[in-house]
Design a protein around this ligand. Sequence first.
Ligand SMILES: [Zn+2]
Ligand SMILES: [Zn+2]
Length: 137
Amino acid sequence: MKCYHHRETEAVAVCTYCGKAVCSECENESDSHRITCCAPCAEAGKRDDVFRNAVREHFAATGRSYRVLSIVLSLVGALIAVGGIALVPVVFLYLERFDPVAFGLDVVLILLGVICLAGSRSLSSIAKRYQDIVRRM
Ligand SMILES: [Zn+2]
Ligand SMILES: [Zn+2]
């Protein structure tokens, strides 16, 4: 493959922006260490990098938010579920007679805790997916 600008010189690389073959004399290393064939391609490549970094930062920040939400939700869920379970003996032993309302509320409490824990798990898997996207960019 010959250089796009010098038809008789062997190319050593291709422009990472436009794909033209470049020789060692033409290859132009930009700030981001992309090999480009000319100044406009270097500029365009730099703009691409700025955009890519902004997108990556956005995905990273979103992933972090999901991770924090997931941790908070798992703590809240665990607290609610443990509280509900701790109240089971109260409902069955310490009340003078069986109270269906107290029992119902306790069941709701435990279910709520379990739902929070399940929600936390799915938030955590979303956070992981965002992390994977960031790693692959
Ligand atoms: Zn180019
Ligand atoms: Zn050349």
